[in-house]
Design a protein around this ligand. Structure first.
Ligand code: ZN
Length: 143
């Protein structure tokens, strides 16, 4: 029996398997690793049960900064690190109850739309997945 992921809708929870495989690719090949920041933020936005409400809003904001404001990942990493180091961040990112923050199960694109046969195609598809997910998530008014 196949059970769809209750958060992104893909069959058999393939999203988790695919995500784990992609992280390995990204850590072992710099060509794939170039979009690591997008892969993680996009996956998290689609799987809000892993996050607190503030954490989800933070990940969505990160996507916006990467894709719309075109801030480089290194810059954002430093900003975030400063926040964490100085204890200025007032919220928790990781969910404690494992309940979804948003009520959404269908997305224009999921991680299954990402092809991985080479780094160029991979980066293009992750970016398209990230953009459509940002677009989808910005329509959510109740968080
Ligand atoms: Zn999923």
């Amino acid at each position: 029996m196949s059970i769809n992921c209750p958060e992104c809708g893909v069959p058999d929870h393939l999203c988790q398997t695919r995500f784990d495989e992609f992280l390995v690719l990204e850590f072992t090949d710099a060509g794939y690793g170039a979009v690591h920041h997008l892969t993680v933020a996009t996956y998290m936005v689609q799987h809000s049960s892993k996050l607190t409400r503030e954490g989800w809003l933070h990940e969505r904001e990160l996507l916006r900064e990467f894709l719309i404001e075109i801030k480089p990942p290194a810059f954002i990493r430093k900003q975030n690190k400063d926040l964490v180091d100085s204890g200025k961040r007032k919220f928790k990112i990781k969910s404690r109850d494992g309940l979804p923050v948003i009520n959404k199960t269908t997305w224009m694109k999921t991680i299954l739309d990402v092809r991985a046969e080479n780094a160029a195609v991979y980066c293009e598809d992750v970016t398209a997945w990230a953009k459509s997910t940002l677009e989808d998530s910005e329509k959510i008014s109740q968080v």
